[in-house]
Design a protein around this ligand. Structure first.
Ligand SMILES: Cc1cc2nc3c(=O)[nH]c(=O)nc-3n(C[C@H](O)[C@H](O)[C@H](O)COP(=O)(O)O)c2cc1C
Length: 448
């Protein structure tokens, strides 16, 4: 079965999505919109809702972009655990998935938050492990500069291991609550971690019972060499960035090929490229939505948006001149930068043509057409080793999610590639992922 997820943000994925006539108004900090998205996605039997995150107000140096409120820059948004905890009380089955950084957080605090969310949601928590794609966030954590990538990923791997160890603190049956004997818990069923490493010292145990899923589902999106190794070792879901099917197939084979090294099988990891969907009841309706949104992007805004994606100031280049070759390493979003640069060079695009391609799809593949045409494209990628499902971006909310659930999901169900009903007790089970057994550290306790 395909794995399908979508974003929780009411703003719509298109930069001008919020300005469209069918878009919601009053999207900033709107819990009712989040509940509507969550309930609609759950009606469509989607696997997960995703809340991206960062820890700063971004892009203030790009005044046009800043004032236009780009969704991925999140100038004013809910803190993810607070929002997901609220949504866990309005939904039953859909996975609740958010980003949390290993660079500017503490493993004990984060393990505790995810364990709590997993309990509150009855086994639906998922963590997008990021090392931080936006260098500017560092200034909110006592650092003038972003931690360099190699160190970020080294810290991330230690961080994730600690979280796993902390989630293993308690045996599932540690809390006896035996009224007759007065024993609330069994002290033999808890273990300390006693971790002392390069970046962290954490004694443990965690002061939350073992998560319902054992560990929350772990996901990541890094596409640098270090990012892919982190994913190969730990991730059970990965966002990928691919503009074409061959690129997606190459990434898929590459990443799945790395799992063996960590004793993992290909099915232990679901690869989910981002796909932006322009759905119409007719082809003309889909084209119309696409064109309406294109018209809402002024060139100055398009160029600033592209500059952000490419982490390069493109405002000095003629908008109808060739897109410059982007070289050198950046400390943030390598995946998008590379995909965009390669596309522009391959197709000989100008700066304007490049932003006109990037803005509608936020750097992801774009599927446009009738429900049947969209399902055809999704099925083609799914059946040809390019993905295990999709991270579906909806340009205008709530219109596009509703169209997806009402029109495209039934088409995927008819083809037998997407569930008709939720099965399994937890997100992990619904995604076909194994439940991690508790790793008992103390041989004496294990024997008891
Ligand atoms: C779909 C998608 C969602 C992402 N969400 C976040 C996010 O919420 N917060 C963040 O800091 N980075 C996010 N990233 C960035 C990645 O975590 C990663 O830093 C980026 O792809 C660059 O890869 P690298 O870290 O291996 O260089 C996202 C990337 C993708 C493709």
């Amino acid at each position: 079965m395909m794995t399908l997820m979508t974003s929780l943000i009411g703003l719509g994925s298109h930069l001008a999505g919020w300005r469209h006539k069918d878009a919601w108004s009053g999207t900033c900090m709107n819990l009712d919109h989040a509940i509507h998205i969550a309930k609609t996605a759950e009606r469509g039997k989607l696997d997960m809702l995703f809340l991206a995150d960062g820890n700063a107000v971004r892009q203030m140096d790009k005044p046009i972009l800043f004032a236009s409120n780009s969704r991925s820059d999140r100038p004013a948004v809910f803190e993810p655990f607070t929002l997901l905890a609220a949504l866990s009380q309005h939904t039953d089955k859909i996975g609740l998935f958010c980003t949390a950084t290993t660079t500017y957080d503490e493993p004990y605090l984060l393990a505790r938050r995810f364990a709590s969310l997993d309990h509150l949601s009855k086994g639906r928590a998922c963590w997008n492990i990021v090392t931080g794609s936006y260098a500017g966030d560092s200034v909110n954590f006592g650092r003038a500069k972003h931690v360099p990538r190699a160190e970020r990923y080294e810290r991330a791997r230690e961080f994730v291991e600690i979280c796993k160890g902390l989630w293993d603190s308690w045996a599932e049956d540690a809390f006896l609550e035996d009224k007759a004997t007065g024993r609330f818990l069994d002290p033999a069923k808890v273990q300390r971690l006693d971790h002392v490493g390069k970046h962290f010292s954490v004694q443990g145990p965690l002061n939350v019972a073992r998560p319902i899923q054992g560990w929350p589902v772990l996901a990541s999106a890094g596409q640098s060499e270090a990012g892919m190794e982190l994913a190969a070792e730990h991730a059970e879901a990965v966002f990928s960035v691919a503009l074409t099917k061959p690129e997606a197939q190459e990434f898929y084979a590459n990443l799945k090929g790395r799992l063996g090294k960590y004793g993992r099988a290909p099915e232990d990891l679901r690869i989910l490229p981002g796909a932006t969907l322009y759905i119409g009841r007719t082809e003309a309706e889909a084209d119309e939505l696409y064109e309406e949104l294109q018209e809402l992007i002024l060139p100055e805004l398009g160029v600033e948006y592209l500059s952000k994606f490419c982490e390069e100031d493109l405002t000095g280049y003629p908008v109808d001149g060739p897109m410059p070759v982007l070289s050198g390493e950046v400390d943030g979003m390598v995946s998008y930068r590379n995909a965009i640069s390669e596309m522009a060079q391959r197709e000989g695009l100008t700066v304007r043509q490049t932003y006109q391609r990037v803005v509608p799809s936020i750097g992801h593949v774009l599927f446009k057409g009738t429900p049947v045409q969209i399902a055809d494209q999704m099925e083609d990628w799914y059946r040809s080793g390019a993905c295990d499902g999709f991270n579906c971006d909806m340009p205008v909310q709530p219109r596009c999610l509703e169209d997806f659930v009402n029109l495209v999901v039934p088409e995927l169900q008819k083809r037998g590639i997407f569930r008709r009903e939720y099965e399994g007790a937890t997100l992990r089970e619904r995604m076909g992922l194994k439940r991690p057994p508790r790793r008992v550290r103390d041989a004496r306790l294990a024997a008891e």
